[in-house]
Ligand binder design. Structure first.
Ligand SMILES: Nc1ncnc2c1ncn2[C@@H]1O[C@H](COP(=O)(O)OP(=O)(O)O)[C@@H](O)[C@H]1O
Ligand SMILES: [Mg+2]
Length: 365
């Protein structure tokens, strides 16, 4: 069993509080992903889980046992770092088995684990090579093999793919996903790659400034972000944020290329009662598309837009227009008939619009 409970964990370096009371309950077998901007405390949190850093306050429970005071080797946790250092003088097999050797695992068992792990990672043919004779991706697999050779209760991965080129990242991402399916071991995984986060995670914790902003499934985070930070962090191209005045009937006033629109969205009707006069409208680019007859209904509004710039991306085209003086991205089909300087018919799906409070960035529901 490898459930992990992070309870009110704080970490202070000097006078700087880097973790400000982290609470995350990770179920046995769960794949939890930590995302957040550089410097927000992800690695610090991983290091405290591994025991490489002491917590300042708080508690860590592994399978219900308090491990807060335990040394790293007594935690039954294996970690793969962003910059993995393989032992340069040892061949791949020895690199994988060395940790087991240090733990006094007998040779026959070590050899068996090396065979299993190298089959899993498809590196059997590399076992006799030295790290210098490997490509970046192969080294990365060896580093992972070293962690996988053990059967810990929890794996910690801190940006394990960030040194790889784009193609390898995608391949390794798929392999990690398969690995997790097969092994079913609890994983805590840090990435700044939101596609990695969306595709791998059972749940995602979005961090900012040492605080978990939201913890939820990829779909919850994407469709129901708790605040403007989370909404802007996940999604590529990012969500559009348009400052709007609220009209007296509760609709939102939009000016697009000198042409006025009133967007009456589902939440609009309560804005007046809440005495809210200005909001930030959040709209993902894929909610602003060419007209799609199958989606026409109450929540869909047809309009025309001028687009200045278009960026063909293959499957779809990103078109840049303007609402209330802000650049707004639409995600259109390449067949949408876009022409510079010519009005293009589009539709906006108002059911997916999200509103934020302009000062705090908190969600208005
Ligand atoms: N050992 C340390 N001593 C002092 N400050 C540190 C130490 N480790 C990390 N920090 C600071 O803590 C903050 C969070 O760092 P880190 O956890 O590495 O962020 P992330 O992994 O999210 O990029 C940063 O401001 C960093 O400078
Ligand atoms: Mg880090």
């Amino acid at each position: 069993m490898g459930s992990l409970t992070i309870s009110n964990v704080t970490k202070t370096f000097g006078s700087t509080e880097v973790l400000k009371g982290i609470n995350i309950d990770i179920a046995d077998g769960e794949f939890l992903i930590l995302v957040g901007p550089s410097g927000c405390g992800k690695s610090t949190l991983m290091n405290t889980i591994a025991g490489l850093e002491e917590v300042t306050t708080g508690q860590l429970l592994l399978a219900g046992e308090d491990v807060t005071e335990r040394s790293p080797k007594d935690r039954d946790i294996a970690m793969v770092f962003q910059s993995y250092a393989l032992y340069p003088t040892m061949n791949v097999a020895r690199n994988i088995s060395f940790g087991l050797e240090m733990r006094g695992v007998p040779k026959a068992e070590r050899d068996q684990r090396v065979q299993e792990v190298s089959t899993l990672l498809q590196i059997n043919h590399l076992l006799d090579r030295k790290p210098s004779q490997l490509s970046g991706g192969q080294r990365q697999r060896v580093a992972m093999g070293r962690a996988l050779a053990r059967s810990p209760r929890v794996y910690l991965f801190d940006e394990p793919l960030s040194n790889l080129d784009a193609k390898l990242r995608v391949e390794m991402r798929t392999e990690i996903k398969k690995l997790h399916k097969r092994l079913g071991t609890t994983i805590v995984y840090v990435t700044h790659d939101q596609i990695e986060a969306m595709t791998l995670a059972d749940r995602i914790a979005v961090m900012k400034d040492g605080v978990v902003q939201q913890l939820g499934t990829p779909n919850e985070i994407y469709d129901n972000p708790a605040n403007q930070f989370v909404a802007g962090f996940m999604g590529s191209p990012p969500m559009n944020f348009v400052p709007c005045e609220v009209n007296s009937d509760g609709s939102l006033a939009i000016d697009t290329s000198g042409h006025s629109l009133s967007l009456m969205i589902p939440q609009s009707s309560t804005l007046k009662a809440q005495n809210i006069h200005r909001v930030i409208l959040g709209l993902r680019p894929e909610m602003l598309t060419e007209p799609k007859p199958e989606r026409v209904g109450d929540s869909v509004m047809a309009l025309e837009m001028d687009f200045d710039v278009t960026e063909p991306m293959g499957a779809d085209t990103i078109a840049i227009g303007e609402w209330n003086g802000i650049e707004i991205l639409a995600r259109l089909s390449p067949e949408a008939g876009l022409r510079a300087g010519k009005k293009t018919p589009v539709q906006v799906d108002l059911s997916k619009v999200i509103l934020f409070e302009p000062e705090s960035g908190e969600r208005i529901r």
